[in-house]
Design a protein around this ligand. Structure first.
Ligand code: AHR
Length: 317
């Protein structure tokens, strides 16, 4: 610390005022969040904010309202503020090269949290922590294949995709298709984005029902919120969710457990939003000069409706 800085700190302390961050030696983390599109995202934001507080990390949090340009602006502002570490959950996979190179040039390490980017140069981030979305899609597909054993005839599936161009939407589709393609009985007859929201999930399901009606056997939703919106649409169309139409979704949020307990959702594949503690530890490790693993995969399960009531009390999000 320079003499001038020491004098300033001494003067502030003598005046009984709180010390500025640089004097407290606090680690500063800039985090750019996608938005607040789902129950999952709200839990993720809470996990990050609470863990930063517990870890004594100064968090600069920015909500991008699902717009990539807002995330890019936030990252540039973190660079200008010279934060110690930048973390973000990219709303879409592509288009990050320029801003990531700016962070690298400023010597600020970047952690990808929850979602990946589609950039060839993997020196642009130090670590990517989060779920294996392809595997989540496979789990959903395997559950359906298992459930359909012993039945005959086509299985007509409608798919509610997540945000267009986002890693979970791309990967969950890929993983699910990889499994169901082994049997030509499984047919995706409609597939459209519901943008990971309840409102859009309901709206798109209404359109699916209008177009296909009773032909629909299965709904595969890339997240619980869209499934919950779609359940409403199915009920309003006079059909019974989870009985007339089998419903599979992803996340395992409390809302999905409530729907399963009410007998309206068949299964939810787990995707944990509780990344905060891991992220804070990673930021501290970086500050201490430690190397991080390039990929940290979250371990997750799958919850069919039969186990929902038993599991519900221990759910944390
Ligand atoms: O990236 C994780 C996904 O984003 C969650 O599955 C979804 O609910 C969220 O909005």
């Amino acid at each position: 610390m320079t003499i001038q800085r020491r004098t300033v700190i001494a003067a502030i302390a003598a005046a009984g005022l709180p010390l500025p961050l640089f004097a407290q030696g606090k680690l500063v983390l800039g985090f750019s969040q996608v938005g607040a599109e789902s129950e999952w995202r709200t839990a993720n934001t809470e996990s990050i904010k609470a863990s930063a507080k517990d870890a004594g990390i100064e968090l600069k949090f920015s909500d991008a309202q699902q717009k990539q340009e807002n995330q890019i602006k936030a990252i540039r502002s973190f660079i200008a503020q010279k934060v110690d570490v930048i973390a973000f959950s990219p709303v879409v996979e592509s288009g990050w090269g320029t801003v990531l190179r700016e962070a690298k040039a400023a010597n600020i390490p970047v952690i990808l949290s929850d979602r990946a980017v589609n950039e060839k140069d993997d020196s642009l981030w130090v670590s990517f922590m989060g779920s294996d979305f392809v595997e989540e899609g496979r789990k959903a597909g395997r559950w359906l294949v298992e459930k359909s054993k012993g039945t005959t005839g086509d299985v007509n599936i409608v798919e509610l995709q997540g945000t267009v161009g986002s890693a979970p939407a791309i990967d969950r589709k890929k993983g699910f298709e990889e499994i169901i393609k082994a049997d030509p009985r499984f047919k995706i007859i409609r597939s459209q984005t519901g943008d990971f929201t309840r409102a859009k999930g309901k709206e798109v399901m209404e359109a699916f029902l209008k177009a296909e009606g009773k032909k629909i056997n299965v709904l595969y939703a890339h997240n619980d919120d869209m499934a919950i919106g779609a359940i409403q649409a199915i009920e309003e169309a006079g059909m019974k969710p989870a009985k007339d139409i089998t419903i599979i979704s992803i996340d395992g949020v409390k809302g999905a457990f409530e729907a399963m307990i009410a007998g309206k959702l068949n299964v939810s594949v787990e995707c944990s939003p509780l990344l905060g503690p891991q992220l804070m530890q990673a930021a501290k490790d970086l500050k201490a000069g430690k190397a991080l693993p390039k990929r940290i995969v979250t371990q997750e399960g799958i919850f069919p409706m039969e186990v929902a009531a038993k599991e519900f009390p221990s759910r944390k999000y």
